[in-house]
Design a protein around this ligand. Structure first.
Ligand code: A2P
Length: 300
């Protein structure tokens, strides 16, 4: 299985990361230290996860050199306006106690007004190009090595990339799991040389149990002598995505890094099982944010 993917900048992004969404303060530090000790060299975080200080501290305390670890953060919805972006990035850099990020993503294809509580910025939501141009500038300034997007569907990607870009999106981070495997997006991304990153790869808190107890997953785990989580995480890497499993349980953090190629027939069996039911998304904040549209609607 690929240990990393090469991004347009030439940088190598490790295939398996520790995801720290929903890893709370007081527990995320130990998870990060356990991960680095186990051999992870990729931490996927975000400003909005409210744990960047503890992540940064754990990285420092691990003694591993900054340039040996891939650090991702994400620009929150309230800071899309070009004049707000650099300070938003600086806040993440200072919390993480680092000079630069390996990857900075537009967290959602939705812009809110800076001080508005979920008040939609209609213009910047319709057109993320001004936001993107500012991110390109910050690459040139040396504060970010790669830029990308998250939660963009194909229509929204095309809307952005129809503009003249100095740097095209290096990745698109989206929900990918057994219940929402998004084969069309995966195929499109492959054809367009865009790396996908799988968040909630185990189905997140809500569906991890249902996922890991699926007969097809259990059967593959037993026949290969690996755990159900390892079956799912390996499947993601084998599909060609970067995978971001979250755990704050040390034994699981260690377990989740051990990926292994599934024999072709078993891989196909799992892929078929995953793609032969109507997709069920775990993460969709459209309603919570009071939007009158669905963020993932292809006809937005
Ligand atoms: P915990 O963090 O308490 O260990 P996802 O990566 O899809 O977001 O899923 C995260 C959820 O899956 C969390 O509830 C996490 O629990 C759980 N989890 C992570 N790794 C494993 C594992 N190897 N076995 C069982 N559950 C796991």
């Amino acid at each position: 299985l690929p240990k990393y993917h090469i991004l347009p900048s030439g940088d190598k992004i490790p295939s398996v990361a520790l995801g720290v969404w929903q890893a709370g303060q007081g527990e995320v530090g130990l998870a990060v230290k356990t991960a680095l000790k186990a051999g992870y060299r990729h931490i996927d975080g975000a400003w909005a996860y409210r744990n960047e200080e503890e992540v940064g501290k754990a990285l420092k305390e691990s003694g591993i050199a900054r340039d040996k670890v891939w650090l991702t953060s994400k620009l929150w919805n309230n800071f899309h306006a070009p004049e707000d972006i650099e300070s938003a990035l600086d806040d993440s850099l200072s919390k993480l106690d680092t000079e630069y990020l390996d990857l900075y993503l537009i967290h959602w294809p939705i812009a809110f007004k800076k001080d508005g509580n979920n008040v939609l910025d209609v213009e910047l939501t319709a057109d993320p190009y001004p936001t993107w141009k500012k991110l390109e500038e910050l690459v040139d300034k040396g504060k970010i090595r790669n830029i990308g997007i998250s939660n963009f569907n194909i229509a929204r990607i095309k809307n952005l990339t129809a503009n003249p870009l100095k740097y095209r999106p290096a990745v698109n981070q989206v929900e990918l799991n057994f219940f929402n495997p998004q084969p069309e997006l995966l195929k499109w991304a492959r054809e367009n040389d865009l790396v996908l990153e799988a968040y909630s790869p185990l189905g997140s808190t809500r569906q991890v149990k249902d996922t890991l107890t699926l007969p097809v997953v259990q059967e593959i785990a037993t026949s290969l002598g690996i755990t159900p989580a390892q079956v799912i995480i390996s499947w993601h890497v084998q599909r060609g995505t970067v995978v971001l499993p979250k755990s704050v349980t040390p034994s699981r953090v260690e377990e989740n890094l051990q990926v292994t190629a599934l024999p072709k027939d078993l891989f196909e069996k799992l892929e078929t099982a995953a793609t032969s039911h109507p997709p069920q998304r775990v993460v969709n904040p459209s309603k919570n944010w009071g939007l009158d549209f669905d963020i993932f609607d292809e006809n937005w």
